[in-house]
Design a protein around this ligand. Structure first.
Ligand SMILES: Cc1cc2nc3c(=O)[nH]c(=O)nc-3n(C[C@H](O)[C@H](O)[C@H](O)COP(=O)(O)O)c2cc1C
Length: 191
């Protein structure tokens, strides 16, 4: 028996994205974003849904660039802080976070030293739909700390230990164990 829950925003799992930008004075800001993900393979692109009130959106409009980092579970408190406080009210929000920023070498946006995986993006499209502005960014480069890489040079998800959101319960979670192999396990059902 299924129960209808109405038009809810329940997609699982939802990653926690840390979006890094520079304001007009070159001051870094980082914002917690749940409405986002990969939206195109070639060129590789991400899409973010940003509310017009965010300082992050004002920054992106000026710089046409941003970084997207994946925080680790051990960074859950600071990740949540960056989603509770706006640089519009707390200009030293970033300094208070205790994080450290260095300029990206390929886009006009900060790379946060403490986050172990970062996508460096330039804006290719922005469009308002409903309550949010859809910001599409092309991934120009990816930075990964060596400590999260496996022997093949890929990212080891267990070492990254990314944070996920449960949008129904408003809670943060860890990923569980691997349950299968992509483009492989389903082949067993092919005739
Ligand atoms: C878990 C979580 C997810 C969030 N997702 C989004 C989102 O997808 N889009 C958005 O505009 N704001 C989102 N927010 C709210 C912003 O992170 C928050 O308003 C932040 O203070 C904005 O900072 P800024 O004004 O310095 O950019 C989220 C907050 C949290 C805690």
């Amino acid at each position: 028996m299924k129960r209808s829950l109405g038009a809810r925003r329940f997609l699982y799992p939802l990653p926690v994205l840390m979006v890094g930008t520079y304001d007009e004075n070159g001051r870094p800001d980082v914002c917690n974003v749940g409405w986002g993900g990969i939206c195109c393979s070639e060129p590789p692109c991400v899409m973010l849904g940003l509310h017009p009130s965010r300082q992050t959106l004002a920054n992106i409009r000026k710089t046409q660039a941003f970084t997207v980092s994946i925080p680790s579970a051990s960074q859950e408190v600071v990740a949540d802080y960056l989603g509770c406080v706006t640089a519009k009210v707390t200009p030293d929000k970033f300094e208070k976070s205790g994080l450290h920023a260095a300029p990206s070498e390929c886009v006009n946006a900060p790379v946060i030293e403490e986050f172990k995986l970062t996508l460096e993006c330039k804006v290719v499209k922005m469009e308002q739909f409903g309550s949010h502005i859809q910001v599409m960014g092309q991934i120009m480069n990816t930075l990964a700390d060596e400590e999260i890489l496996n022997e093949e040079g890929g990212v080891d998800i267990a070492k990254l230990d990314p944070i996920l959101v449960d949008p129904s319960a408003d809670t943060y979670h860890r990923v569980g164990e691997c349950v299968g192999k992509i483009f492989h396990d389903g082949l067993a059902m092919k005739e």
